[in-house]
Design a protein around this ligand. Structure first.
Ligand SMILES: C[S@@+](CC[C@H](N)C(=O)[O-])C[C@H]1O[C@@H](n2cnc3c(N)ncnc32)[C@H](O)[C@@H]1O
Length: 271
């Protein structure tokens, strides 16, 4: 499945995922795994989100853009922590509806806007943001350079961007690459290393850190948590979706344990 999905298949699957993540058992699971109940479809824990807030230096009045924002994790949490203004962008509408409702429930409707858009064609003026973030977006989209260029266009000079992404371990043989793809997001492969993509898109790389052990912990914890709640989740998600998710998690865990899949956190500034 992972090898043949198109971008619109991925957006539709992740949109559906965000909807399903709102059911009771999934929210309880997310709270246990990541310490959040925003309906995350990525791998960012609350601890990582707090680290991102510090790296971005967020404070009231700053304008933050979160691309591939899903149902608002971690963008809404970052805005809640810091008091900053927030724009959330994603391809499917449904997760953004969920995010907007959450912003209203948390009293942040006045400082949060949402937009359905491709991250490579952002509907904002040049130099209109003071900080940018994306969590597990670039491994879910084929046009990584396009997204990084669009982010650079809307960033003010000198401002930070922090992002996480799953990557294939370098130098894999074809057989190991195929094994990795079984448990990886569909667009995990990149033509060029992220350091090169950042340089090509007008970003200066400041920090790059491996967060694979946390990634493995999140995946194992999600798998164990799903097993513990199997009955409720199979009822709420449907037996087929439940089985597919479990199979995906198992393949992902196997690929990380075999050293085929990594996750990294990048900090860059707009040159
Ligand atoms: C793995 S999910 C992560 C969602 C959220 N950031 C989180 O951590 O829960 C990746 C998100 O990127 C979105 N996405 C993929 N390609 C995109 C694109 N070209 N433009 C905007 N969003 C995109 C997907 O729809 C999905 O919501």
């Amino acid at each position: 499945m992972a090898l043949t999905e198109t971008l619109s298949d991925v957006a539709s699957r992740l949109g559906k995922s965000a909807e399903l993540s709102q059911c009771g058992a999934m929210r309880e699971l997310a709270q246990c795994v990541s310490g959040c109940d925003y309906g995350s479809t990525g791998n960012t824990t609350r601890e990582e989100a707090e680290h991102v807030a510090r790296l971005l230096g967020l404070r009231p009045g700053m304008r933050l853009l979160d691309v591939g924002a899903g149902a608002g994790w971690p963008g809404l949490y970052l805005a809640g922590l810091s008091g900053c203004e927030l724009a959330l962008v994603d391809l499917p509408l449904e997760p953004l509806r969920i995010a907007r409702a959450r912003a209203a429930a948390d009293g942040m409707a006045q400082r949060c806007v949402v937009a359905v858009a491709d991250g490579a064609a952002l509907p904002f003026a040049d130099a209109s943001f003071d900080a940018l973030s994306h969590s597990d977006l670039l491994c879910c989209t084929p046009n990584k350079l396009g997204v990084l260029r669009a982010c650079r266009r809307v960033a003010r000079a000198g401002v930070p961007m922090v992002f996480s992404t799953i990557v294939l371990a370098p130098g894999l043989s074809e057989a190991r690459r195929q094994a990795a793809m079984l448990g990886a997001p569909s667009f995990v492969a990149s033509d060029a290393d992220y350091a090169e993509l950042l340089a090509q898109s007008g970003w200066r790389l400041r920090q790059r850190s491996g967060v694979t052990s946390e990634f493995l912990r999140v995946m194992r914890s999600e798998h164990g948590g799903m097993q513990d709640r199997a009955e409720a989740l199979a009822r709420e998600l449907g037996a087929e979706v439940f089985a597919q998710r479990m199979a995906r998690l198992r393949a992902g865990i196997a690929a990380i344990e075999a050293g085929l899949l990594l996750r990294e956190l990048f900090v860059a500034t707009a040159d």
